[in-house]
Structure formats: structure tokens, C-alpha cells
Design a protein around this ligand. Structure first.
Ligand code: ADP
Length: 760
């Protein structure tokens, strides 16, 4: 084992707080910090977009510049550094490609992100002193070509020999598919048969993500269930064949949430703070939210909210189908979101004043108030790679009602009425009636069994969704690729025993408390919930006995955590030569040397959660079968590819520069079996081409020839945005019929939905 730290370059097209359009930004914004805390050195590479706030750009330091070959082009690339929270960010600067008002949606996205991937790969030679990249961790299609370039163009250089590549899929719906003309014109790989073969997805197209799946040493996705699902035709979007072939290197690692930003005990945006130990603030939050949204202010109505993109992926078809039944059954519903289903939401808000509210906007502060003030959170997704909202909801003691798919299945343990275990309510099939049933399972429990309800709330709030757990899993993955690097966690240097009693300067050694162990036993979640009599609740409970009131078992004991863990922790700390690590850190003298010693984040997975998880696990088996069957809807393969081979007539100047000096194609992917990926019925990235990319000729720094402007056009992806099947029909059918009366909505294919929902 060497003393070298694991040094990771994390490449992403977005990273909060600099640029974020969705979950990828959240992950790239918080995972690197957690990796640093777990003992890694991390450099995050992000394009330097024109939209990054000046508070950041002003502080950036120029560290290097060089040229990157891209087909016949030679493009300027600057590296601008910023260090925040121990993480070094290197922004890839090329104004021609990135100085625009939005990260994606331009006609030349294929070229822009091919450049980004090549620039990332090239940058590994220009890293700050002492940083020797062990793992290049790429995310989604925007960086998918980096592992391909690395193996085909750079493999021969000693510096690159040790670099292992990890590719993470955050949403397989976006793959980066373009006309194969760019294989030569932009990628400069047409002459490399292995590369051409492994990138090609059909007769006329190549697929960036497919390249990454073939070339990377390890593949991850954002939840274990999604890792399994994308190996099926229903969810695989044409890449399931490759994923099955590479299943030995594929794993699912759950995302976490920022538990500081989402903390009901300290959240400044909510009406009243509260914690698992004292839930009184949540009641106040609910009343305030009801008032704010124009709902009847009464506690006997369970309030269910959604904070979401209003798209098919998020299950809006089921929602519009079942909303009449839910609203007329006595459940209040409030929706915050934007998207394809705004009109149906307005319709219900008008139809059920005082019971239903719709806020068609993006409002972060209101989202906090909704997570805090609600009783239930609805998330009936068609597919869900991971999902953050359900985790946030649980953190706020708001019980999720979710479909058992992807990350939802992995994070929400279904309520077990016999044991009292669980953290929410779940259903398996993409079916409006099943969803309605699940909602009423929750509502009935809310009305009929306060003790059981409160116990579920405690369970949910005790669940651990911090990044610590996931960061450890990533570290293990990196370690598997580099077993010679020790990944033992750095000792929390903070461990020093605080001066016990600074007041007493008397000779007395500050009370060596005979019971040292039991220092601060964590605030064990209160077992007995304030089983609030809520007598009035019953009174008003809607007569509609949709569900037989489940007999509530006396809730099981919540997690009881002892201080033992702590004791052992400090014991080991004492034993370990913490100094060694620190010294090692120094010697690596990377940029990130200024890093504060890894934060001692105390993860405390609740034992109760563990139990609950088991239940899910057991259930998962059963579910899998149903789910698989349920989604019998086929992945409508034949997806339009809309290739517009309008390549620019590339003035063929051979690919040179840096790439040339690298050893020639080593075809690292010799492993790739002959089996060609099942004709990828892939969707091309959003065709917001309409946005007419400014494509202004390079500005100051971009020393590219203006000829480059006549760049090859990537397969102008077709904006098939086939309107999501309007849920109007369902919406109009306002009869609050019993489940049996209603025809189940047709479950449409996953891919069909994706086509309508892509955001980047
Ligand atoms: P997605 O597929 O959209 O990334 P996630 O559940 O992973 O879904 O994350 C969605 C995030 O965006 C959550 O933090 C959620 O609170 C937030 N969000 C979604 N819609 C809105 C909105 N209209 N206003 C405020 N926040 C929103």
C-alpha cells in the first residue's frame, strides 16, 4: 500500500453552485466534497459557462492554457482554478463553446461536449503540482467521450497508464447521439476501427454514452434498482444490451442529499423549526402552508404535496387520473412545479378550491415550506434514476407515496401494518388506481392510527440520506480499481478532547468522569411520538371508507443507538497514527493542500431504518417480478434519429497536436465483445436547436480559426417532443368512482415518456 491519496478528477457538465439544471448539478456539487471528507483529493472539471456568477469568476485563477485538437481543429483551452471547501474546481475555458446563456440546447452541443471531453483528458497533463490522477470519473453523455479519447489517443503516455475511468449514468435518456460524420470531422476517429465500431449505434449514427459504456473501467448509476432496470429493454433506451454485457463492472450507488441545506431543525425558510424529538413546529408549518396556499386550515385533512417537474416521467398521467378520487376523498393536494401538465393542475385547483392548490412556478423557498408543511409527498414516477425529493420529504417528516421504481424503491421502505416498519407508502405498477390506493393507505393511517403514523414519521426522519455513505461506496469502487492505494479514512483531527471545564483552574484534573463512554449519546429518536389525540380528526374524516382502517400495531421500537459506537470510534482514533495521513497529505502537496482536515461527519444510520430496509429488500424480490411485468410496455425502439448529416466540409488538416504525440490507438476496449449494441433506439439530446446557438466566432481567447465556425453540425437531434399524451381525458373524468369502475390508464412505454421530458 502506498501512502498516496486517491486522486480523482471528477468531470461534469454542471456542478452546483456554479451551474445547475437538475440532479447532475446537485451531485457534482456535493459528492466531491464528501469524497474529500472520505480521504480523496478531488479536482472537479466543469465548463466555464458564461452564466457562472461573477462572485466566482472574479476569484478564479488562471493556471494553464494549451490547445486541444478536435478533428481538424485546434481549440484553445484555458484552466481556471477555484478552491472551495477543500475541493479544487478547474474550469475549462473556451468562450466560443461555453460563453453562452445556457449550458445545453445548441446546434453544436455534440462538438461542444466532444471538446469538453477532450479538454478534460488533455488537462490531466496540466494538473496542479503533485496531483497525479488515479481515477477519471465522468458523468453523463457530456463527458462520455473522455474515456474513449483517453484510451485511443493518450494511452501510451506514462501519465495516462495509471488512470482508471469511471462513468456514471445519471439519466440514460440522454445519450448524445449524432450523425456519424462527426466521427471524422470532430472526433478524428474515423480511421480507428475499434473506436468507430464501438461508438456506432446504427448505420448513420454514433452514440457518446455507448462509447463510455464500452471504454470505461467501471460504470455506475445513481441507485441499485436503476442499475438493474437499465439492463432491461424497458428502461435501457437501447443500451441495455451493452449494460448486460458489462454488468460485471456496473453498480448502483445511491445519491445523497445536502443534509445541512435540508434540515428542518435549522431551515430558515420554514415557518417553524422542528426535529424528530419535538415535532410541534411541523404542525405550525402545516397550518401556515395551508393558509398560504388558500387551503382550508384544518389538521384533520392530510395534506399531500408534489414538488416536481410536471412531466410524464414524474407520473403526472397517474396523478391527473386519480386526483378526483383523492380530492373528493378528503385529502388536500398542493402541487409546485412547471412542465407539460400545468393546465390539468390549474383545472383541479379551480375545481376543488380549498382542497387543491397549484403553484406553477419554480420557487425554492416555497418548496422548503411545502416539504415542511405537508403530511405526505407524492412521487409516482414512471422511471426514477434516483430522485432527491422523496429523500428531502422524509428528512422533513413528510411521508412519501411512491412507485417502486429506481431510486424510489431503494429509498422508501413501504409501511408494514403488522410490524409498524416503513418510511412511506408504495405501489408497484404504473397504474392510477394503485396509486390512489397507496394514497388512501396513507390517509387512513393518518386518520385512524396516530401512533402508527407518528412512528412512520420518526422512521422516515431517522433515515440516513447523507452523502457520507455514498462517498464511502465510491471510495471502495476507486479502491477496487487501484488496490495499491490506501483509502483508510483520515482520522478526524478534530477529535481532541475539549478542555473539560475551563472554568475550574484548580489543580483538579477536570473530572475524569468515571463513565467516559457515554458522552453524548445521540439524540435517540423519541420512541413515543406525541401521539396527539387529534380527536377532531376523526370527526371530520370523510365518510368515504375507501380503505379498511388498518389495525395499527403498536409501533416497533425505534432505533436505539448506543454510545458504544462512539466509544470505539474514539478508541480507534487513539490507536491510529493520525499524523501519518496528514503528513502524506502534505507531501502530495496538491492544490487542494489548503483543504481543511476532512470533516468529521457523523453518519448515524438509524437502526430502525436498517430494519425497514430489510423489509424492502424482501419486498423488492416480489416487486421485481410485478414491476417487470407491469412495464410490459415496450421500449419503443424505433426512435427517430433525425440525422442531419449536414457536416461541414471539413478542410481536412490532419489531426495533430497533442493527440498525435500520444501513442496510437491501443484499443483498450479489445475486451468489447463482437456483439454490437442492439441498435440503439436512442434519443438524441434535446433539440433545442431552435434556440439558435449564437456560435459567435471565437472571442479574445479563443484562438481558433474562424473557419471553425463552419463546424460540422451534429445530427441536429429531432425535437420529437411528441406532446405528452394529454391527460385531459382523465382529468375530465371527474367521477370519484371506486377503483373498480375506472379503467386503468394505459401504461405507456418508458422511452416514449422520456422523449417528451428531456431537459437537457
Ligand atoms: P429531477 O428528476 O427533476 O432531478 P429530483 O427529485 O432528483 O428530480 O430533484 C428535483 C429537485 O428539484 C428537488 O430538490 C426539488 O425540490 C426541486 N424542484 C423541482 N421542481 C421544483 C420547483 N418547481 N420549485 C422548486 N424546487 C423544485
Amino acid at each position: 500500500m502506498s501512502d498516496k491519496k486517491m486522486q480523482v478528477v471528477f468531470a461534469s457538465a454542471e456542478a452546483a453552485p456554479f451551474v445547475k439544471t437538475g440532479g447532475l448539478g446537485d451531485v457534482a456539487g456535493s459528492l466531491p466534497r464528501a469524497l474529500v471528507a472520505a480521504g480523496a483529493d478531488v479536482i472537479v472539471m466543469v465548463p466555464k459557462y458564461g452564466t457562472i456568477a461573477s462572485e466566482y469568476t472574479d476569484r478564479m485563477e488562471h493556471v494553464a492554457d494549451f490547445y486541444v485538437s478536435l478533428g481538424w481543429r485546434n481549440e484553445y483551452c484555458g484552466l481556471e482554478r477555484l478552491v472551495i471547501d477543500g475541493v479544487t474546481y478547474l474550469f475549462i475555458d473556451n468562450e466560443r463553446y461555453f460563453k453562452r446563456d445556457y449550458p445545453y440546447g445548441f446546434f453544436d452541443d455534440g462538438e461542444r461536449f466532444a471538446f469538453f471531453s477532450k479538454a478534460v483528458t488533455e488537462s490531466l497533463q496540466h494538473l496542479p503540482e503533485g496531483f497525479q490522477c488515479d481515477v477519471l470519473h465522468c458523468n453523463d453523455w457530456h463527458t462520455a467521450l473522455a474515456p474513449v479519447f483517453l484510451r485511443e489517443f493518450y494511452q501510451g503516455l506514462p501519465l495516462y497508464e495509471r488512470v482508471k475511468t469511471v462513468f456514471s449514468i445519471h439519466n440514460i435518456a440522454f445519450q448524445g447521439q449524432y450523425a456519424d460524420t462527426i466521427l471524422n470531422d470532430i472526433l478524428g476517429m474515423a480511421h480507428i476501427p475499434n473506436a468507430a465500431r464501438q461508438l456506432r449505434c446504427d448505420e448513420h449514427s454514433i452514440n457518446y454514452m455507448q462509447g463510455a459504456l464500452d471504454y470505461s473501467d467501471a460504470i455506475t448509476t445513481v441507485s441499485p434498482s436503476y442499475a438493474w432496470e437499465i439492463q432491461t429493454p424497458e428502461y435501457g433506451e437501447g443500451l441495455d444490451g451493452i449494460l448486460r454485457r458489462r454488468s460485471n463492472v456496473l453498480s448502483g450507488i445511491l445519491n445523497g442529499i445536502d443534509t445541512d441545506a435540508w434540515n428542518p431543525a435549522t431551515d430558515p425558510m420554514i415557518h417553524a423549526n422542528y426535529s424528530a424529538a419535538d415535532m410541534s413546529g411541523k404542525k405550525a408549518c402545516k397550518a401556515a402552508l395551508q393558509e398560504e396556499l388558500g387551503l382550508e386550515v384544518r389538521d384533520d385533512r392530510p395534506l399531500m404535496v408534489m414538488v416536481t417537474r410536471l412531466t410524464r416521467q414524474k407520473g403526472m398521467d397517474l396523478v391527473t387520473y386519480a386526483l378526483d378520487r383523492i380530492l373528493s376523498g378528503g385529502v388536500q393536494v398542493a402541487v409546485l412545479g412547471t412542465g407539460d401538465y400545468e393546465e390539468p393542475m390549474r383545472y383541479f385547483a379551480n375545481k376543488y378550491p380549498g382542497t387543491c392548490a397549484a403553484r406553477i412556478t419554480f420557487d425554492n423557498a416555497l418548496s422548503h415550506r411545502m416539504y415542511a408543511g405537508a403530511d405526505m409527498f407524492l412521487m409516482p414516477s414512471l422511471f426514477e434514476p434516483c430522485g432527491l425529493s422523496q429523500m428531502i420529504a422524509m428528512r422533513y417528516g413528510t411521508l412519501p407515496v411512491v412507485r417502486e421504481t429506481g431510486g424510489l424503491r431503494d429509498t422508501v421502505a413501504p409501511y408494514n401494518q403488522f410490524t409498524g416498519e416503513g418510511t412511506g407508502f408504495t405501489f408497484a405498477n404504473f397504474n392510477g388506481d394503485e396509486m390512489g390506493d397507496a394514497v388512501f393507505r396513507g390517509a387512513r393511517l393518518y386518520w385512524d392510527d396516530h401512533a402508527a403514523w407518528d412512528q412512520l414519521v420518526q422512521n422516515a426522519m431517522a433515515a440516513d440520506f447523507s452523502w457520507v455513505r455514498s462517498a464511502d461506496e465510491y471510495m471502495n469502487l476507486y479502491h477496487n480499481l487501484h488496490p495499491e492505494i490506501d483509502i483508510t479514512k483520515p482520522e478526524p483531527v478534530v477529535q481532541e478532547p475539549e478542555p473539560a471545564e475551563p472554568t475550574a483552574v484548580e489543580a483538579e484534573p477536570a473530572a475524569p468522569a468515571p463513565e467516559p463512554a457515554v458522552t453524548e449519546a445521540e439524540p435517540a429518536p423519541k420512541t413515543e411520538q406525541a401521539a396527539e389525540p387529534a380527536d377532531d380528526a376523526k370527526a371530520e374524516a370523510p365518510a368515504k371508507a375507501e380503505e379498511p382502517a388498518p389495525k395499527a400495531e403498536p409501533a416497533t421500537e425505534p432505533a436505539k443507538k448506543t454510545a458504544a459506537k462512539k466509544t470505539t470510534a474514539s478508541k480507534t482514533a487513539a490507536k491510529k497514527p493520525a499524523a501519518r495521513k496528514t503528513a502524506a497529505t502534505k507531501s502530495t502537496a496538491t492544490k487542494a493542500a489548503e483543504k481543511p482536515a476532512a470533516k468529521a461527519t457523523a453518519t448515524k444510520p438509524a437502526a430502525s431504518k436498517a430494519a425497514a430496509t430489510k423489509t424492502t429488500a424482501a419486498k423488492a424480490a416480489a416487486t421485481k417480478t410485478t414491476a417487470a411485468k407491469a412495464t410490459a410496455t415496450k421500449a419503443t425502439a424505433a426512435k427517430t434519429t433525425a440525422k442531419k448529416p449536414s457536416t461541414a466540409s471539413a478542410t481536412k488538416t490532419a489531426t495533430k497536436s497533442t493527440a498525435t504525440k500520444a501513442a496510437p490507438a491501443k484499443a483498450a476496449a479489445a475486451k468489447t465483445a463482437a456483439d454490437k449494441p442492439a441498435t440503439a433506439a436512442v434519443t438524441a439530446p434535446k433539440a433545442a436547436a431552435a434556440k439558435t446557438a449564437p456560435a459567435k466566432a471565437s472571442t479574445s481567447k479563443t484562438a481558433t480559426s474562424s473557419a471553425a465556425k463552419a463546424t460540422a453540425k451534429p445530427a441536429a437531434p429531432k425535437a420529437t417532443a411528441a406532446k405528452a399524451a394529454a391527460p385531459k381525458a382523465a382529468a375530465q373524468d371527474s367521477s370519484a368512482a371506486t377503483p373498480a369502475d375506472k379503467p386503468a390508464p394505459k401504461a405507456k412505454s418508458v422511452s416514449a415518456a422520456k422523449r417528451t421530458t428531456r431537459k437537457r
